[in-house]
Ligand binder design. Structure first.
Ligand code: URA
Length: 210
């Protein structure tokens, strides 16, 4: 992936995202759309998985056919909203190894505070995809990727639903080697660090909390 930022402009992604943004969409609807959109985004973010070949027997003849190479990829969810994106991707890549990083945003400083971390081993040999629906200030994403690099990850991707220009710039400065895949690049952040026009609090919208 040569681009630092890829916006997935596929019509189905854009249509589903519009319904998710709409504040009248129910929790159940939001969750279903998030699952659907995550499958489409997963297609894009895994585009550069390495392939090798294997010899199989079709009902007609022997053939040398493509198959994924190397260690199973690692999916890392930034709790809690990352789980909504991850659930769909796991349907597509059920053998992926899964990790969780718990970070909350201090509402005053907007800085990330880590409260949990459990990640797969041998990260140096896996494509590692970090998932968090909202790339807002970029502080949590940068902190999560710092932690994953310390754990050995080298081949990283960041997958989100919405990104802000501020978050993209922060990631590019701290981790220029980590490509970002998103469904949209929004206008900016409000004074609380929320993405505008955005979709509100992704965790609250998917879990029905407030
Ligand atoms: N987290 C959210 O859930 N929404 C935003 O707009 C920013 C961060």
């Amino acid at each position: 992936m040569t681009e630092h930022l890829t916006v997935v402009n596929h019509p189905l992604v854009q249509h589903k995202l519009t319904i998710m943004r709409d504040k009248s969409t129910s929790t159940a609807g939001f969750r279903r759309l998030l699952r659907e959109i995550s499958l489409l985004l997963a297609y894009e973010v895994t585009r550069e998985l390495d392939l090798t070949t294997t010899t199989i027997q079709t009902p007609m003849q022997e053939m040398v056919a493509p198959t994924l190479e190397g260690k199973k990829l690692a999916l890392i969810s930034i709790l809690r909203a990352g789980n909504g994106l991850m659930d769909g991707i796991l349907e597509l890549i059920p053998a992926a190894r899964v990790g969780f990083i718990g970070l909350y945003r201090d509402p005053e400083t907007l800085q990330p505070v880590q409260y949990y971390s459990k990640v797969p081993n041998e990260l140096d040999m896996r494509m590692t995809i970090v998932v968090d629906p909202m790339l807002a200030t970029g502080n949590s994403s940068v902190a999560a990727i710092d932690l994953l690099k310390q754990a050995g990850a080298k081949n990283l991707r960041f997958l989100c639903l919405l990104a802000s220009p501020e978050g993209v710039a922060r990631m590019k400065e701290a981790h220029p080697d980590v490509p970002i895949v998103t469904a949209a690049l929004d206008e900016g952040l409000d004074e609380h660090g929320y993405i505008v026009p955005g979709l509100g609090d992704a965790g609250d919208r998917m879990f029905g909390t407030k």
